[in-house]
Ligand binder design. Structure first.
Ligand code: AMP
Length: 282
């Protein structure tokens, strides 16, 4: 596995790969890798000759008082995991290389960034779409793989690629979960032992809603029941639990054959998100 730490070296490497006719699959991450990230590498490998993973904790997508400083980082561990999983190149630029001066140019997807996480984390998606555009311009991938774990992010990136005619195919990969159902996340290691145990309430709520829908129960009643479950869970503070159309993210009050149910819950200062796409259930 090749390790590339600067934009200059990455560009040289991409030029060589393009000249030799190789197709490039790209997996952007913020590191502290887990099976969820590695499943994206597996997906990319199905379609491309060379797999590049970026590892960059992007400051412009964090809230001013968010967890940028405490976000887990361990590049040696990430290198070993990425290599053992068949990643060809990891690209880990530093912040000065990515943002050498004050950034005055932003990529902003409207409307679908005003809801769910976008409504609570002002500027978050602007940071995501801007850094992903920068990474796309550096890596020039044929395909890029994102996780359905961040369903709103996946919708936002797909819309950006469509609206700006970016010549990149976006592939989505399913959510990878721990044995108790908790969606894998780099942030899970920041949970206390007690909170980690209780964090399964996110996926349990989503699965309960899906089962209820399959039995023909009302969406609104199921959302209310799930909210009560979360209220009763020690340490859990609900940020949102909402049903929306996907990928347009319009509010949905009754189930009409397909909807996204998305949830965000705080345990202390650790914010966890999860979601389920409910379709073809009855
Ligand atoms: P992150 O490092 O959290 O920014 O995530 C990098 C990529 O991995 C994003 O496309 C995420 O959606 C994806 N990802 C994170 N967790 C999971 C998971 N549990 N299952 C599938 N994909 C994931």
């Amino acid at each position: 596995m090749e390790r590339i730490a600067t934009i200059k070296d990455m560009r040289q490497c991409i030029q060589k790969l393009k000249r030799s006719g190789k197709t490039i699959g790209f997996v952007p991450t913020m590191g502290y890798l887990h099976e969820g990230h590695l499943s994206l590498v597996d997906e990319a490998k199905k379609h491309c000759d060379v797999i590049i993973m970026s590892i960059f904790v992007n400051p412009t997508q964090f809230d001013p008082h968010g967890d940028f400083d405490s976000y887990p980082r361990d590049i040696k561990r990430d290198e070993a995991l990425a290599e053992s999983h068949g990643t060809d190149i990891i690209f880990y630029p530093d912040t000065k290389d990515m943002y050498p001066s004050e950034i005055l140019t932003w990529v902003n997807v409207e409307k679908i960034t005003d809801v769910l996480c976008g409504a609570r984390r002002k500027g978050h998606f602007r940071g995501v779409t801007t850094v992903v555009t920068k990474l796309f311009n550096i890596v020039k991938p044929d395909i890029a793989v994102f996780g359905q774990k961040d369903a709103q992010q996946a919708a936002v990136i797909s819309k950006m690629v469509e609206d700006l005619n970016m010549d990149i195919e976006i592939k989505l990969a399913p959510i990878v979960r721990e044995a108790d159902g908790l969606a894998m996340s780099s942030r899970n290691v920041r949970l206390s032992r007690e909170d980690r145990k209780n964090a399964k309430v996110l996926s349990q709520s989503l699965f309960m809603i899906k089962e209820g829908i399959a039995k023909g129960e009302e969406l609104s009643g199921l959302l209310k029941k799930a909210k009560n479950n979360i209220l009763e869970t020690p340490g859990a503070q609900l940020d949102y639990l909402e049903a929306r159309s996907y990928p347009n993210l319009e509010a949905v009050n009754t189930y009409d054959g397909r909807c996204l149910v998305a949830i965000a819950v705080f345990f202390g200062d650790v914010r966890l998100i999860d979601n389920i796409l409910i379709e073809n259930v009855s």
